[in-house]
Design a protein around this ligand. Structure first.
Ligand code: FAD
Length: 421
């Protein structure tokens, strides 16, 4: 296989696979992307709602200013300018209480500190603890296996601060409870979001759905660059020798210099024909769209809900809210009717509206939304095989950013040794 540009097979057409493909093509590689489903995007996609014709995401995806790799990828496929940057702006609600909002005027640490000090539903001492707790994120590292709760408990964060700040932030960032989430990853994210440069804590909003924003432009970029995209193509097996790799689908096979796998661990197990022997846990997300008969009286694009099963409402418009329940494994066994009843009841209370104002609820469940894994170093190394995907970055939780980060690292590995002959 001695040619000047590497020939690369990419398995999986989610964000990681699309990013590997686009970046590798931009650096001159000959790329074939295999995706088992009929559409790309993996866990990041959108679809047309059959009732309203509106493009809806498979669940609300937040992209933050500190997502530097994601931004590079979106710039590469010329869609970054379609995002609108908005400062962090959350109105908190609890069933029977008006709470103060969290508005960070700009990306500076001073405006963050002022915003935290204005959290008047917390007592003065609690606000001081919160400021100290956050500043500590930049200085005191969690122990390797320490969970978020134990890390926060070391200097002692009061119960109220955990309830009104750390718990919602941890669920949103990690998709896991404070007891289950890995402290080191949480600390890294806090540092990036709150102590990064300029707009790192800003939200990057898109009025278009995820497929229109990311998936379709990435596919177009690849087609124009001459890459081969094979949708509906499940890779069944692979074989590696000292200079090449063979990828097989049905009776067909093709040979490459490198194979980049971006599939989740449960699919990788099958391809490696072995039990990875690495324990991983999956965490689900329950998402929903709620249509209201009247404009809702909210003061921020994001409503943080305290003490309810629904954790966040992202306002897509005055009459359409996207609800999110992270770490929703306990709800996995509830039927959709029961869940809808719960969501309707909670939103009626939180927004103080008449039940009849909720016109329609559409619920979406992603049982394997994110993965947490330990012992990444136990994955067997096979010359020519590069393993990427959101779950492969030890210092980050599973997000679009970790998917993109893994992709850039994968391409760097290819170009560290482009020809394996
Ligand atoms: C509801 C929900 C909300 C989320 N919210 C956020 C958020 O707010 N912010 C954020 O940053 N992240 C969020 N995430 C996480 C984010 O979606 C994922 O981290 C990211 O999409 C993972 O991308 P990936 O390419 O690594 O994996 P995947 O998207 O899982 O892609 C892997 C692909 O490989 C394919 N595949 C598997 N086996 C084979 C095979 N043998 N042959 C061919 N193809 C195969 C699969 O079909 C899939 O398309 C959310 C996820 C969900 C589900």
């Amino acid at each position: 296989m001695s040619t000047e540009s590497p020939k690369v097979a990419i398995i999986g057409g989610g964000v990681a696979g699309l990013t590997v493909a686009c970046v590798a093509v931009s650096r001159g590689a000959r790329v074939t992307l295999f995706e088992q489903k009929a559409h790309g995007g993996g866990r990041t996609f959108s679809f047309l709602d059959p009732v309203t014709g509106v493009e809806l995401d498979n669940g609300q995806h937040v992209i933050l200013g500190c997502y530097l790799r994601t931004r590079s990828f979106l710039e590469l496929i010329s869609v970054y300018t379609r995002l609108t940057e908005k400062p962090l702006d959350i109105e908190w609600r609890e069933r029977d209480q008006e709470l103060s909002s969290l508005r960070v005027a700009n990306g500076s640490k001073i405006s963050l500190a002022l915003a935290l000090l204005r959290q008047r539903h917390l007592g003065f001492l609690d606000r001081m603890y919160l400021l100290l707790g956050l500043s500590r994120a930049g200085r005191v590292k969690p122990f390797p296996d320490e969970c978020v709760k134990d890390w926060l408990d070391r200097p002692g964060q009061p119960r109220t601060v955990k309830k009104y700040f750390w718990n919602p932030v941890c669920l949103a960032v990690m998709n896991e409870s404070m007891e289950n989430a890995v402290g080191t990853k949480f600390a890294t994210v806090l540092k990036k979001v709150f102590f990064g440069s300029g707009n790192s804590s800003s939200f990057l909003w898109s009025s278009a759905g995820l497929s229109t924003l990311i998936v379709n432009p990435a596919m177009n970029y690849l087609s124009k660059a001459g890459a081969t995209i094979r949708l509906g193509s499940k890779v069944e097996s692979w074989k590696f020798d000292s200079s090449s790799a063979t990828v097989s689908i049905g009776g067909e096979s093709d040979t490459f210099d490198f194979v980049v796998s971006t599939v989740p661990p449960w699919n990788l197990d099958t391809l490696l024909r072995s039990d990875l022997g690495i324990p991983y846990k999956v965490s689900s997300i329950l998402s929903g769209y709620v249509w209201f008969a009247k404009d809702q009286n909210v003061s921020a694009p994001l409503t943080g809900c305290i003490g309810t099963t629904v954790q966040w409402i992202t306002w897509k418009g005055p009459r359409l809210g996207a609800v999110t329940v992270s770490a929703a494994n306990e709800l996995d066994d509830l039927g959709k009717k029961e869940l809808e009843k719960l969501v309707r009841q909670e939103l009626t209370d939180l927004l103080r509206i008449d039940p009849g104002e909720i016109e329609r609820v559409l619920l979406l469940r992603e049982r394997r939304a994110t993965v947490s894994i330990s012992g990444l170093n136990k994955i067997p190394t096979v010359p020519g095989l590069i393993i990427a995907g959101d779950w492969t970055i030890p210092e980050l939780p599973c997000t679009i950013e970790s998917a993109c980060e893994s992709a850039y690292r994968a391409v760097d590995r290819i170009y560290a040794n482009p020809v394996r002959a």
